[in-house]
Ligand binder design. Structure first.
Ligand SMILES: [Zn+2]
Length: 109
């Protein structure tokens, strides 16, 4: 069972209380971008066996979006954090690196 802590309202709940919103930290491409960039934005997503950064919404609670760093194999949640960030907080990245040495996520690790 996946247990998440909403960083917005502080409530802890199982995943049925939340709604998954896909991959976090996507760089958005729109008008003026190349076809390849827009194609990758729409269709190319990370689907790792291991650490994944995801968007979640507290659907049956405060209704706000937040981000979560978790392991897709073990369901361990490394932490949840504000959706208004461009990368995970350093304490979460340190926690991930301690459990998964060599871990990296695109341009930050
Ligand atoms: Zn909440």
């Amino acid at each position: 069972m996946l247990i998440l802590d909403c960083p917005c309202c502080g409530v802890s709940g199982e995943e049925t209380e939340f709604h998954a919103g896909g991959e976090a930290h996507l760089k958005r491409f729109g008008p003026g971008s190349s076809d390849a960039e827009f194609h990758d934005y729409l269709f190319t997503k990370e689907n790792p066996k291991g650490v994944h950064l995801e968007r979640w919404r507290h659907a049956n609670g405060c209704g706000k979006w937040f981000l979560a760093a978790r392991d897709t194999m073990t369901l361990e949640v490394y932490g949840t954090y504000s959706a208004q960030t461009t990368e995970p907080p350093q304490d979460i990245k340190d926690k991930i690196s301690a459990k998964r040495p060599g871990w990296s996520w695109r341009e930050f690790s």
